[in-house]
Write a protein that binds this ligand. Structure first.
Ligand code: FMN
Length: 366
């Protein structure tokens, strides 16, 4: 669809070749979508230009758009999506650009459709099972579809439904472990967050075998959560994965779209500053212990008003419990340490400096 892409023969011999639909990035490295606006067009474009897959997080793109007036959030999200995909493409005309759409969002279908219409290459979709994704993308058969799951059972449910209802299979599957990943975790209960049954060591080989035994197509498995350096990557490849998804490692990239204060919070963080909370969505999420989170954990946080009714299930909107997560994530993106929710993977404490995306790729793939 977009000419001049690097093909399989360019992939370095010591890394697996990752083919997702018609797309084969130079390196099997996916920068995971990070909302709100931690990964927008600048980071995604830089990752794609350096040979990885750059992913724009769809959530909250409208939040600082000049046309957002407080009441037109969903319409402006669509405009902001088009602009973000176009801007990333301009930065990486021959790169692979993806959008991450979370099923938990009220305007999930609109976000998926506007990403496709804007010419995105791949949609990654998690935070719930993307059961209807092929329906929303039916007018764009060239867009590759990649569910994000945390268990073989979840992958099996998606595959069966897609096959039965849409005669479509995933183009790849991301396994993201709640043990280490940042942001919302693929776990319904707090005890799953530390359950080794959800480790990549457990789920990746099991899923690879399941796909070999049950699928007529060659569906690559990608591992994510807690991957920081080349040794981590090689460990995941040894389990049978053909790609890695990394979030936290890219936050302190110069090109990351978050504010400098957001990045500084990672640089300042110690291991014990990273915690897991029950989010307003009703699933656990990993984040830095900010003053706001400490208050929330001790029952004393006051929320800002609901920003846009952006979630299909939100405890704050439904009964005033918890807080407006969209507003707290926007505050973090803008650098408000006191009031923000700074999502972070368990490796955030390892960030010690601002690096460039090129520098990160050189270290990971060199
Ligand atoms: C700040 C931040 C925001 C995130 N936001 C999203 C998101 O909007 N949607 C999503 O599916 N995953 C989200 N994630 C998860 C990442 O895409 C990625 O899969 C995960 O962080 C991988 O683990 P790692 O951070 O240990 O590399 C987020 C992660 C971080 C750190």
């Amino acid at each position: 669809m977009h000419g001049g892409k690097k093909r399989g023969s360019d992939v370095l011999a010591n890394l697996p070749m990752l083919k997702i639909g018609a797309h084969t990035p130079k390196y099997p490295i996916i920068q995971g979508g990070m909302g709100v606006k931690v990964s927008s067009s600048r980071l995604a474009g830089a990752v794609a230009a350096n040979g990885g897959i750059g992913t724009i997080a769809s959530v909250g793109l409208a939040c600082d758009h000049p046309l957002f007036d407080g009441g037109n959030y969903f319409d402006i999200n669509e405009i902001a999506m088009s602009e973000a995909v176009e801007a990333a493409r301009t930065r990486a005309p021959a790169g692979v650009i993806a959008v991450n759409c979370m099923t938990a969002l009220t305007d999930y279908d609109r976000q998926v459709k506007s990403a496709c219409a804007a010419g995105v290459d791949i949609i990654f979709s998690g935070a719930g099972l993307p059961m209807k994704l092929p329906e929303y993308t039916k007018d764009f058969p060239d867009v590759a579809l990649v569910p994000i799951v945390s268990s073989v059972r979840a992958a099996d449910l998606v595959i069966r439904k897609w096959k039965r209802q849409y005669d479509r299979l995933p183009d790849a599957i991301v396994v993201e472990t709640p043990l280490y990943a940042g942001g919302h975790l693929g776990a319904t209960r707090m005890e799953h967050v530390t359950d080794s049954a959800f480790s990549l060591e457990h789920v990746v080989p099991e899923l690879v075998k399941y796909l070999e035994d049950n699928s007529e197509a060659d569906i690559p498995v990608i591992g994510g959560g807690g991957i920081w350096d080349r040794a981590d990557m090689d460990g995941i490849f040894a389990l049978g994965a053909r790609g890695v998804q990394m979030g936290t490692r890219f936050v302190c990239a110069e090109e990351c779209d978050a504010s400098d204060r957001f990045k500084q919070a990672y640089i300042d963080a110690k291991e014990e500053d990273i915690t897991v909370i029950m989010s307003p969505v009703g699933i656990p999420g990993r984040a830095l212990k900010t003053p706001f989170l400490e208050k929330y954990m001790s029952g004393g946080a006051r929320s800002k008003p609901c920003m846009a009714a952006c979630l299909s299930h939100c405890k704050y909107l439904e009964n005033g419990e918890t807080f407006c997560i969209a507003q707290a994530l926007v505050d973090a993106y803008l650098g408000d340490w006191e009031n923000g929710l700074f999502f972070a993977g368990s490796n955030a404490w390892r960030c010690s400096k601002i690096d460039t995306v090129a520098g990160i790729f050189e270290e990971l793939a060199g």
